[in-house]
Write a protein that binds this ligand. Structure first.
Ligand code: CU
Length: 181
């Protein structure tokens, strides 16, 4: 696990140094603790083949509870809810419908995100107590063209070789409690 992480860190560093090909749409905080509140910040590193980004549609992964988007100046937000197959409890109430999709749309041509700039789009919610990878699929639409960030590796969590990987969130167990005797 430690080995895997250092490889991920190394490839992240390489992409930070060498720009686009690896820039993609990624989480600024790709690790989180199970059964905790988490702010997912998606960093959009480029547009579509030079064209400005004017909308981002994010599929909230299964098990991510109560997704709530962060407003963004110049962009409108829409969310879509759906019936849950496994309802959960929140603040003493049973939740049967939850946000499954968040959409940001540039309110004007001026608000669109140029290809040579980056920006961040965030939503928060509660993570399930299940440990493991969560993949966030994102459809990036530009003034001309689209990038469909929805590829998931057939096994493991390495996105090497994928052209359009979904964003990866690695959900980890809570640290062991320390015992004092
Ligand atoms: Cu890229």
């Amino acid at each position: 696990m430690r080995h895997l992480f250092s490889r991920t860190a190394a490839s992240f560093l390489l992409s930070a140094l060498f720009g686009c090909a690896q820039a993609h749409v990624v989480l600024t905080e790709p690790k989180a603790i199970a059964d905790s509140y988490y702010k997912a910040t998606l960093r959009v590193g480029h547009g579509c083949n030079g064209s400005s980004t004017h909308s981002l549609v994010v599929q909230v992964p299964l098990g991510f509870q109560g997704a709530k988007p962060q407003p963004k100046a110049g962009w409108t937000i829409a969310t879509r809810k759906a019936k849950l197959t496994t309802p959960y409890n929140s603040h003493g109430k049973t939740v049967t419908d939850d946000v499954v999709e968040v959409r940001w749309t540039a309110a004007s041509h001026e608000a669109a995100l140029p290809d040579d700039q980056f920006d961040e789009f965030a939503f928060m919610g509660r993570l399930p107590d299940r440990v493991g990878p969560m993949w966030i699929k994102i459809l990036q639409t530009c003034e001309s063209g689209q990038n469909d960030w929805s590829e998931i590796p057939s096994n493991g969590i390495s996105t090497r070789g994928l052209k359009w990987p979904a964003a990866l969130l690695d959900v980890q167990p809570a640290p062991e409690h320390e015992h004092h005797h």
